[in-house]
Design a protein around this ligand. Structure first.
Ligand code: SF4
Length: 438
């Protein structure tokens, strides 16, 4: 049974670049920082809310505070002179047309669709199916059009191109009809991941209109909801007007005989420290949904073993399942956030070593790359030199799932494309990895 809400309600209010002076007045932000936020947010999306500002960010530690780094654009995120040129062009006397051109040029350089996402859009009835990606045999990703925003934006988001108002760069389905049709001719798909943006940004009524039609498809056995709302706006499950309706919808999914998996995105232990976040998790779990937790490893935010060890312990204590530590993808301000694989493997091993057994459900560091999900299992030293030990956790070709392989150790490599394969890599794995790059 869903426990009654113990907390009083607050109204959701989003704040963005227009509110930077208001935020500065309330919390104190230096003029250079304000200028940076304004300039960078022409290129990358910026959005926070009152809860993030008042309860997550520690303003005494700004600018180094990890939650501030997580949500506010930072000086140095863009390369070369981009930031100063944007600041100049966006000043009162700047040229609007030149600003638009500059913004478009910087965005093109930031690899807006990493990991071959466009390759994942399936064809249906002779047309690309909007708002759907089908990469692995059993799972489709579904992007409901009204769910393509979030309660706040992560500065490292690999889906940043979803939020910049460019229809050509956006994955979005107006309604679930096309997907339901597609599922009818793809009975191998058992798992639908509803993603965004954040599907929980939608009203429950809207969310219901996307989920209920999926319950009529017998072959769909699991509904997953990818969300950071428990971190950024846990009130969604506790005090929002339709919070109880959302939880009843979760119960309805489970009563239909499906599994409901809430794929929760937690980047830092602080996101789990508030009473309202804990209440949200308890209420979600009371519906029978299982909460799986995942996040990328990000410089300036969570790049140390103690942070991850604490995060996974807190997730376990809240009844959730630690699931993935991802490697930051090669998009957006990746240079600012990148953590080399050598360091990532060390952070993961040190964080994992002292975990209780039940928290060792977590896997990482994992690159969700064009060929599939590749985990870095470690580094081995051999008479021929040092190698990364790698494994395909997931692959477009199910025959390749679980296959180990190696790549030459490099202290700087931060993504699959930076790696040089071991010459002994079998041909089918090499072909799947597109080694050499095509
Ligand atoms: S909540 Fe998820 S989709 Fe939204 S900005 Fe953060 S990482 Fe991106």
């Amino acid at each position: 049974m869903i426990p009654p809400s113990p907390l009083a309600g607050e109204r959701f209010r989003a704040l963005g670049p227009r509110h930077i002076d208001e935020i500065a007045r309330r919390h104190g932000l230096s003029e250079p920082l304000r200028t940076s936020v304004r300039a960078i947010s022409h290129v990358l999306p910026f959005r926070v809310n009152e809860y993030v500002l008042d309860q997550l960010i520690d303003w005494d530690r700004v600018p180094d505070d990890p939650l501030f780094q997580l949500t506010f654009p930072q000086p140095g995120m863009l390369g070369g002179n981009d930031e100063s040129e944007l600041a100049k062009l966006s000043s009162d006397r700047g040229d609007r047309q030149l600003l638009r051109e500059k913004v478009a040029e910087v965005r093109r350089r930031l690899n807006p669709h990493p990991s071959g996402q466009r390759l994942n859009v399936p064809n249906h009835a002779g047309q690309p199916l909007p708002g759907v990606q089908h990469k692995y045999r059993e799972t489709v990703l579904y992007f409901p059009g009204q769910g393509q925003t979030c309660h706040a934006y992560c500065t490292y988001c690999f889906r940043w191109a979803q939020f910049i108002g460019d229809a050509d760069l956006k994955f979005a389905a107006p309604a679930p009809g096309g997907l339901v049709d597609y599922l009818g001719s793809h009975p191998d798909v058992h798992d639908v991941l509803i993603t965004g943006g954040d599907p929980m940004i939608m009203s429950t009524e809207r969310l219901r209109s996307h989920i209920e039609p999926l319950l009529a498809v017998d072959t769909v056995r699991t509904i997953r909801i990818g969300t950071k709302s428990v971190a950024y706006w846990p009130q969604r499950f506790v005090t929002d007007q339709d919070a109880d309706d959302a939880l009843r919808l979760f119960e309805q999914v489970i009563a239909s005989g499906r599994q409901l998996a809430v794929m929760a995105h937690f980047s830092h232990p602080r996101e789990l420290e508030t009473d309202v976040a804990r209440a949200a998790l308890a209420r979600i779990r009371a519906t029978g949904a299982v909460v799986y937790c995942q996040a990328p490893l990000i410089a300036h935010v969570n790049d140390d073993p103690a942070t991850w060890n604490t995060l996974w312990r807190m997730e376990l204590a809240a009844g959730a399942v630690p699931y993935y530590m991802f490697v930051e993808r090669d998009t957006g301000p990746q240079e600012y956030f990148r953590v080399p694989l050598a360091q990532a493997v060390d952070i993961f091993a040190r964080a994992y070593r002292t975990l209780p057994g039940l928290a060792r459900t977590v896997r990482g560091p994992v690159m969700s790359a064009t060929p599939g999900k590749v985990v870095v299992d470690g580094v081995e030293d051999t008479p021929e030199g040092s190698f990364f030990r790698l494994r395909l956790l997931q692959a477009r070709d199910p025959e390749l799932v679980g296959r180990p392989f190696r790549a030459r150790f490099s202290p700087d490599a931060a993504w699959l494309d930076d790696l040089e394969p071991d010459p002994a890599t079998p041909g089918d794995v090499r072909a799947a990895l597109q080694w050499p790059p095509q």
